[in-house]
Design a protein around this ligand. Structure first.
Ligand code: KE4
Length: 427
């Protein structure tokens, strides 16, 4: 039972739109009230009614170390004792910038901000200024934060709520946004033939997580790199999810692509608000106060938030971390595939490293259109039943599940058994 959660929700509804501070947390897509949580411990979340859940949301990605990691807590404690914010540079920001640069060689200079949205918003402004062009290419189902000009057929909560784009955004802000199907080489070829010299940049989630996890087709990311070089447009990798998730140098390291700009968030803040954008020095030097492109933030590079990010990345650079994440993720993937085989179900499971999605469709999921073939009603029933078994997965078919370093084989095996029991009961 979740009585206190319900009471908090009823109170929240009186003061906060939808009772939540970010739509996807409302759990509307799974026909549930949101759960109010009290605390997190390693791979577990405990709600205000004392129920414990194995957590596969991990705060939508940031908690790759699991909840309340001692190093993160200690770092934040020592930082906050010295004050919360100075509105002036601190040594922690320089350390985090240097650490990120050492992991992602394409980043020669980096600016810290407070969220992934700020990172992508700033990156496209910079790309437009640097190239003196207006058009931006994005992909259907990809979500880059609630940036006005990018909320066009975006992913994440926008698919969940089936909002093709949000009201309140004048078409003048979106007429320069070209929306293409992900993994569609010919559509990109065509649009560049028509608008090539007007296109400032392509912004892409190299491994989309916001329509559920979709893998780039072989050669697709290389193709984006080649065509942007050919037309002198920039390639922006939105690695807010994939950065430090699928490896120390993110998707660009895994696929061997060098983007012009990279957007980061989530993990680099270790659960506190940090975003960043960075790339070639020649481009980044266009950013004020070095250059003319304005971008600012009262709490950008906040020393307390940065200290959580530093502690997180310092854990991730230790040997064996990604090998552990891979073996746990592989164990879960193989377990789920075994369950599907046993129950003669052909749902689709897409995984890259420790991010994955189980799609309730028999169609191969390679883009936005195929994602939409998923049975969201069935997913809602699955979500509720998993919750009742103490497993908390993202409350939307169109999100990624995440595994943390705090998960062990015990949690993975419990999850596999729960999935078997729930799918058996459902079918
Ligand atoms: P934030 O502004 O939420 O920190 O980051 C925006 C963003 C940018 N780029 C990518 C690839 C992202 O995934 C996100 C945010 N992701 C969503 C869910 N996948 C955050 C959860 C929410 O909106 O509450």
């Amino acid at each position: 039972m979740r009585i206190r959660s319900k009471l908090f929700y009823e109170r929240a509804l009186k003061s906060i739109p939808g009772g939540v501070n970010s739509p996807v947390r409302a759990c509307k897509a799974v026909k549930s009230d949101p759960i109010f949580f009290e605390r997190g411990e390693g791979p577990y979340l405990i709600d205000v009614d004392g129920n414990r859940y194995i957590d596969y949301v991990c705060s939508w990605g940031p908690l790759i170390l699991g909840h309340s990691h001692p190093e993160v807590i200690a770092n934040v404690y020592f930082a906050i004792k010295k004050g919360t914010s100075f509105g002036a540079p601190t040594w922690q920001e320089v350390e985090l910038a240097e650490l990120i640069k050492s992991c992602i060689p394409s980043i020669e200079k980096i600016r810290l901000v407070n969220s992934g949205t700020e990172a992508t918003m700033s990156a496209i402004r910079l790309a437009r200024a640097y190239t003196k062009r207006k058009k931006i290419v994005k992909f259907e189902g990809c979500y880059h934060g609630h940036v006005d000009s990018l909320l066009v057929k975006a992913g994440s909560g926008l698919i969940t709520f089936g909002i093709p784009s949000s009201p309140g955004i004048p078409e003048e802000l979106t007429i320069h946004t070209l929306n293409l199907p992900f993994n569609d080489f010919s559509a990109i070829e065509k649009i560049f033939k028509e608008y090539g010299k007007e296109i400032a940049a392509i912004i892409v989630e190299p491994v989309p997580g916001n329509m559920g996890v979709v893998l780039p087709k072989d050669g697709f990311l290389e193709f984006l790199r080649e065509i942007t070089i050919k037309y002198e447009a920039l390639l922006i990798f939105d690695e807010v999810i994939t950065g430090f998730r699928i490896g120390l140098s993110g998707a660009q390291g895994k696929y061997g692509i060098i983007p012009d700009l990279t957007c980061l968030g989530k993990i680099i803040g270790g659960g506190l608000p940090v975003g960043a954008y960075g790339g070639k020095e020649e481009i980044m030097n266009f950013i004020a106060p070095e250059g003319p492109v304005y971008q600012a933030g009262t709490l950008s590079g906040n020393p307390v938030a940065v200290s959580a990010g530093l502690a997180t990345l310092k854990e991730l650079i230790k040997p064996g971390t990604y090998e552990k994440l891979e073996s746990l993720s592989k164990r879960l993937e193989e377990g789920i595939k075994e369950v599907l085989k046993k129950l003669k179900l052909s749902y689709q499971l897409n995984r890259v490293a420790s991010m994955f999605t189980l799609f309730f469709t028999e169609k191969e999921v390679i883009d936005f259109q195929s994602v939409l073939s998923s049975d969201t009603q069935k997913f809602a029933i699955f979500w509720q039943k998993m919750l009742d078994k103490g497993i908390y997965i993202p409350p939307s078919q169109f999100e990624a599940w995440f595994i943390s370093l705090a998960h062990e084989e015990e949690e993975i095996d419990k999850t596999i058994v729960a999935i078997y029991d729930v799918l058996k009961e459902m079918h």
